[in-house]
Design a protein around this ligand. Structure first.
Ligand code: UDP
Length: 331
């Protein structure tokens, strides 16, 4: 049992992880400023502190009073388009705030960090599936700030003994019975497809002239519950005498296979039994044609295997959550 602080624990990935950590017997403290997170998403059994990790002094006090042993750092600004318009916010929170978090951890003697990183650190890959050793060439401030924090973590590890795992998520999808995706505005494909199936605005498919078999972009989707399990395994790997984090560990998290936008649409029609109205629009800036992870490192080093790799399970669970929570978290 470990006392874990989950930053962003009221968000989509953070809340599902908080719930999995509690189920696994850990003590969970959530730090979330609730700007994009939802109070109702914080699972019973977790202590919620409303605040920001960017305030290093307050965070150091919180780590000490709550006797935190490890940090799962999920909180961040995470919208690509917004990051291009407002890089100051992204560098300020994700990088400067991230360094404040690391310094607070040092001050409080917390030496274990699991970090929510992203496939956006790779930019437009030369080839797929993308291995972790691929060059990091982010094409937007979001990816750049995640790369910068990964890099700070690595150097803090070498200099100060911080043990870390950075998990580069590909496309997170799906829901648990209680917890799902409720973003304002919603930019992600699967929630937008389901909203269209449910009588909402029709979907715009961002381009069907890509060099892929059906012309639409291919992404590597991973179930949010599988992601939470990877976080648990990563936490274990940061234990003080665990050789896997003697050097900072970086792992991709994906299924190692991809689905096109059209395949997601078809899966949604099959799952919902409804037609998904859509139009084909222009390409969205910054979308590479294919993003698929090589995911063998997470399997070999962390022992992680996705339990729900099918599109039907991901889209189906997201649909079930949507039906059970028509107004999202209603906040
Ligand atoms: N996409 C789309 N319509 C939408 C949202 C997304 O066609 O309303 C496409 C997008 O261009 C990308 C894929 O769906 O090729 C996945 O996009 P998402 O925003 O879910 O994740 P990303 O790959 O950007 O992290």
């Amino acid at each position: 049992m470990t006392r874990v602080l989950i930053t962003g624990g009221a968000g989509y990935v953070g809340s599902v992880s908080a719930s999995a950590f509690i189920e696994a017997g850990h003590d969970v403290v959530v730090l979330d400023d609730l700007t994009t997170g939802h109070r109702a998403a914080v699972p019973a059994g977790a202590v919620l502190h409303q605040g920001t990790y960017v305030d290093g002094d307050a965070l150091a006090r919180l780590l000490e009073t709550e006797q935190i042993e490890a940090i799962l750092h999920c909180a961040a600004r995470s919208l690509v388009g917004e990051s291009i318009r407002e890089p100051a916010r992204y560098f300020g929170e994700n990088v400067a705030g991230g360094v404040a978090l690391l310094d607070a951890a040092r001050a409080a003697g917390v030496e274990r960090v699991v970090f929510s990183s992203t496939a956006a650190v790779y930019g437009v890959p030369e080839s797929t599936p993308i291995p972790e050793e691929a060059p990091l060439r982010p094409i937007n401030p979001y990816g750049e700030t995640k790369r910068a924090f990964e890099s700070a973590l690595a150097w803090y590890g070498r200099a100060y003994g911080m043990r870390s795992v950075s998990l580069r998520y590909f496309n997170v999808a799906g829901a648990t019975e209680a917890l799902g995706e409720d973003h304002q505005p919603e930019t992600h494909l699967i929630p937008n497809v389901l909203r269209a199936a449910d009588g909402g605005p029709e979907l715009t498919v961002f381009g069907d002239d890509y060099p892929t078999p059906d012309g639409t972009c291919i992404r590597d989707y991973i179930h949010v519950s599988d992601l939470a399990q990877a976080h648990l395994l990563a936490l274990a790997a940061t234990a003080p005498d665990d050789s896997r984090t003697g050097e900072p560990l970086v792992c991709n998290l994906g299924n190692g296979g991809g689905f096109s936008v059209r395949e997601v649409l078809s899966a949604a029609e099959a799952v919902t039994g409804r037609t998904v109205p859509f139009t084909v629009g222009g390409r969205r800036a910054g979308d590479p044609p294919v993003l698929v992870a090589r995911s063998s490192r997470a399997a070999q080093i962390l022992g992680w295997q996705p339990a729900q790799p099918s599109l039907e399970e991901m889209v189906g669970s997201a649909w079930d959550w949507r039906r059970a929570h028509p107004g999202g978290y209603g906040e």
